[in-house]
Design a protein around this ligand. Structure first.
Ligand code: PBG
Length: 323
């Protein structure tokens, strides 16, 4: 089946919420959802960012909307009892992420954009972003599972399903599955250029997704690699039908962001990741100091060509009117 880019997905009014010209309009707030009720636990190393049960998160997003934050990225955190070798729970419609997305879309409709993280690392017992056979990640079986997870997110009403795994060919498979099931308005945001970075530490704690053995260097990119690989990865995702391309992390790869955004004709997102956030929060404990740093950092993403900025600083930056 031919995969056509659908310009409609970019221009549909609700999408415009995330393609802002200003920094404030470009920001996306990440969230971590857990099971239970009334849960609101602080994440080590990430002050201001909590793991929340669905009820608390929905209230949070409602408060965010009242101060003008319309775009949200949701990561589902699963308990050990829901993890297995194949990560099957991540595709279960009854898990906290899917339940939350359904409720959010019922309550807020097109007032907000909901992006969901589709990966295997939070649902596999081994914590890898793919399925393991004989000690190595197997690409194609992992893609089959990622399709199931992504379909379940789309079914719940996600506006964008975000593929953060870096398996080869997953964009094409997910896009094709969406088209076949008639989910033509669900967008695909692919992490196209994602490095095997040492800046993801606090996130892995937050999402309980650290690998129990080995690392992610078989599929994430080598931080020392040159622009050619970045451009190749980005162009492949465009051909496979991705609507938005993500560069990750942010600050150490501003040059890559500039290069990709100027060469590829798609909206480009950048992820200002957990380790970058922790550095600022640990250093700048006083608000005035932090204000200047955050404005400087977010401005650098915009200058380097980001259309969308995923950042844990979003709530404070918008809430205090810094951007
Ligand atoms: C995993 C995923 C990671 C992040 C987002 N999705 C971690 C990883 O690749 O190990 C990191 C985000 C952050 O550090 O804030 N699929």
């Amino acid at each position: 089946m031919e995969i056509r880019p659908r310009i409609n997905r970019w221009t549909h009014s609700r999408r415009n919420l995330v393609f802002g010209q200003s920094i404030a309009e470009s920001l996306v707030q990440p969230h971590f959802v857990v099971s239970g009720k009334g849960v609101n636990e602080q994440i080590h190393g990430m002050p201001g960012i909590n793991r929340q049960s669905s009820d608390v998160l929905i209230k949070q997003i409602s408060d965010d909307l009242s101060i003008g934050i319309t775009s949200h990225m949701i990561f589902g955190v699963l308990e050990d009892q829901h993890k297995d070798e194949n990560g099957t729970s991540a595709a279960d419609d009854q898990m906290p992420l899917q339940q939350t997305v359904r409720k959010l879309k019922e309550k807020f409709g097109d007032q907000i954009v909901v992006m969901t993280d589709s990966c295997l690392c939070t649902s596999t017992a081994h914590g890898h972003c793919g399925l393991i056979q004989d000690g190595v990640i197997v690409n194609d079986a992992s893609v089959d599972m990622l399709v199931k997870i992504s379909l379940s997110h789309a079914n719940s009403g996600a506006d964008y399903v975000c593929l953060s795994d870096m398996m080869d060919g997953r964009v094409r498979s997910v896009r094709r599955a969406f088209e076949e099931k008639g989910m033509r308005s669900t967008g695909v945001l692919s992490y196209s250029v994602k490095y095997a970075s040492s800046f993801y530490g606090p996130f892995r704690d937050a999402a309980s997704s650290a690998p129990t053995f080995g690392d992610r260097s078989s599929h994430q990119m080598d931080p020392r690699s040159d622009y050619k690989e970045a451009i190749l990865e980005a162009e492949m995702d465009v051909r496979e039908g991705s609507d938005i391309l993500m560069i990750k992390p942010g600050l150490p790869y501003l040059d890559v962001l500039r290069e990709v955004s100027s060469k590829v004709n798609r909206p480009v997102a950048v992820y200002n990741v957990s380790g970058e956030y922790s550095m600022v929060m640990e250093h700048a404990t006083d608000v005035e100091n932090r204000h200047k740093m955050v404005v400087e950092i977010l401005g650098s993403f915009k200058r380097a060509g980001a259309d969308i900025i995923v950042s844990y600083h979003t709530r404070e930056a918008v809430g205090r009117g810094w951007v």
